[in-house]
Design a protein around this ligand. Structure first.
Ligand code: AMP
Length: 112
């Protein structure tokens, strides 16, 4: 079993500010927000990164998208938001448990 910080959060060993939870997915506020709304949406299943997603995981990814849509609504991100995942260290991934950042509430810089 891995001991990365998100595994500990899923196990309830580290407290977070939860905004959504069901049997498969957990969403909570990022501890270092880069915008007024910065939520991490993670599968409870241990998946290291996007590149490790298998065909059988696609329903889970689809459900994560639905959770992102729901949270965008409940957090009033009507004018726009960003949903992103960093895959690998060159992309800036620091926690090797798949997670999607839902970011909004201010004008976001264009990428590139
Ligand atoms: P990434 O750099 O894409 O791997 O994103 C990891 C994110 O996890 C960062 O934005 C961190 O601020 C966030 N993070 C790390 N530890 C915690 C924690 N205990 N509670 C909430 N967010 C965390």
């Amino acid at each position: 079993m891995t001991t990365n910080v998100f595994a500990q959060i899923i196990a309830g060993k580290i407290a977070v500010d939860k905004v959504f939870e069901n049997e498969r997915i957990l969403a909570f506020k990022d501890i270092h927000p880069v915008a007024p709304v910065h939520i991490l949406i993670i599968p409870k299943k241990e998946i290291a990164d996007l590149q490790s997603v298998q065909v059988e995981d696609l329903p889970l990814i689809s459900e994560i998208v639905q959770v992102a849509q729901l949270l965008a609504k409940t957090h009033h991100l009507t004018e726009g938001y960003r949903l992103l995942t960093n895959n690998g260290s060159l992309a800036g991934q620091t926690v090797f448990h798949l997670h999607f950042h839902l970011i909004g509430g201010r004008k976001l810089e264009t990428l590139g």
